[in-house]
Design a protein. Structure first.
Length: 191
């Protein structure tokens, strides 16, 4: 009789104990996933002629984005203008404005557009891409939305500059041209 009660008690613990462990693990995973804020910016295209193959936003200051676009129209296209809003587009597409811009993109070709988020590290913006297929003028809009990634504090050397004083970083080339007042000189200029 005692053995039957022990067996029943053990079966009860095994059945409901494992169920309880599974419930606690699932609840913990859900809490972790829901409590962790996502900090990413998603890029979307409004056309099927030009699709986004991949995108990335760094945690640099300012954040740098990279978008790989592919011509999926089945025909050769010509970019005629690239107009950013709340985003800064880097070379070679930074001065692509009509009528001087004429960049041929063959069918299936992938191009890479890089740039920085505009002042204030805006978490939304658009890149309007005007292009022609045969003789038809079209527009694709690449939209950026989301929460910007956390920004790491760069050193002056990270920005490609040199320290002019304990709190002044001077950058003469690249994306971050200008003089920056380092609010954290021990990080920025290592003084």
């Amino acid at each position: 009789m005692l053995q039957n009660k022990a067996q029943a008690g053990l079966e009860y613990l095994m059945t409901y104990g494992w169920a309880l462990v599974i419930i606690v693990v699932v609840a913990g995973m859900l809490f972790f996933v829901m409590a962790t804020p996502t900090q990413s910016i998603n890029f979307n295209s409004t056309t099927r002629d030009i699709i986004i193959r991949s995108s990335n936003v760094t945690t640099d200051a300012p954040p740098i984005y990279t978008i790989e676009l592919q011509n999926t129209s089945g025909k050769n296209i010509t970019l005629t203008a690239i107009t950013p809003t709340n985003l800064i587009v880097n070379s070679p597409y930074d001065d692509c404005t009509q009528p001087s811009c004429s960049i041929p993109i063959t069918s299936g070709q992938i191009i890479k557009i890089t740039g920085t988020l505009a002042s204030g590290y805006s978490s939304s913006g658009d890149i309007s891409i005007q292009y022609t297929i045969d003789t038809y003028a079209k527009t694709a809009t690449i939209s950026a939305n989301g929460t910007r990634p956390p920004v790491t504090t760069p050193t002056c050397a990270d920005m490609g500059g040199s320290c002019q004083a304990p709190t002044i970083c001077s950058v003469t080339g690249g994306v971050n041209i200008g003089q920056y007042n380092c609010t954290a000189p021990q990080i920025c200029c290592h003084h």
